[in-house]
Ligand binder design. Structure first.
Ligand SMILES: *Cc1c(COP(=O)(O)O)cnc(C)c1O
Length: 222
């Protein structure tokens, strides 16, 4: 199957109000261009060097999303062009993005990464850490970032019940944060959850953004 055929079959499974982020990490610019030629404009990458290399070779109307763990010392390389950063996992990272974005006069859309999976992971706020950070109000003093929602990854398991439970947890947490801190702000609207193996469950659980790689581009060549 070609990239365009894969892309079209994925699209059939995604309601029009859900944003498809085509995750192109480890795939060549030719594959991205093929998806672009089918009308895809939102692409996700997770490594800074790879992303900046690709950006310079591709059309400027692509909306780039950074979906991986981002180190603070690399923020400055992507801030001039990035549309959204999905995996904000510390206040320090958010502060660095704010500072760096101010220098280039931009406001960057950011999602708070929430640790919802049962399995151990170094990344993401716990629910309570995130609640505390929101209550601190310090995010209000960062004019060059815009909090747009939350992002999470379910446990890598065949157990659909567990995956669904984790996605629903993220959905409920989004509602909680929305009601408490963004009740009057339409821009806090995104729940980024769902990858190739679990995006259907994610959509049923309220996802507004799915990040799909291998189902569109095939297996990654590491
Ligand atoms: C790689 C990656 C994806 C895409 O994964 P697939 O299983 O290939 O769809 C989604 N989200 C994040 C954070 C990733 O790193």
């Amino acid at each position: 199957m070609s990239v365009s055929e894969n892309l079209n079959s994925v699209r059939k499974n995604i309601p029009s109000q859900v944003t498809l982020v085509a995750v192109s990490k480890f795939h060549p610019v030719e594959s991205i261009r093929e998806a672009y030629d089918c009308g895809q404009r939102v692409f996700g990458e997770s490594r800074v060097q790879e992303l900046t290399d690709k950006v310079s070779q591709l059309p400027t109307d692509i909306e780039w999303h950074f979906i991986g763990h981002l180190q603070t010392n690399k923020v400055k390389y992507i801030v001039p062009f990035i549309t959204m950063i999905h995996a904000i996992d510390s206040e320090r990272l958010l502060q660095e993005i704010d500072k760096s974005a101010a220098k280039v006069n931009r406001t960057i859309d950011c999602l708070l990464q929430i640790h919802i999976a049962e399995e151990e992971s170094k990344f993401g706020f716990s629910l309570d850490e995130c609640r505390e950070f929101m209550a601190s109000g310090r995010w209000k003093q960062m004019p060059n970032i815009r909090l747009r929602g939350v992002m999470g990854m379910a446990t890598f398991t065949e157990n659909e019940t567990q995956v669904r439970r984790e996605f629903e947890l993220l959905s409920h947490f989004f509602q909680e944060v929305k009601e408490k801190w963004f009740a009057d702000e339409a821009s806090f609207s995104e729940i980024s959850m769902g990858m190739s193996d679990d995006y259907r469950i994610a959509i049923e659980s309220g996802s507004t953004m799915v990040r799909i790689g291998s189902t569109i581009f095939g297996n990654r060549q590491y």
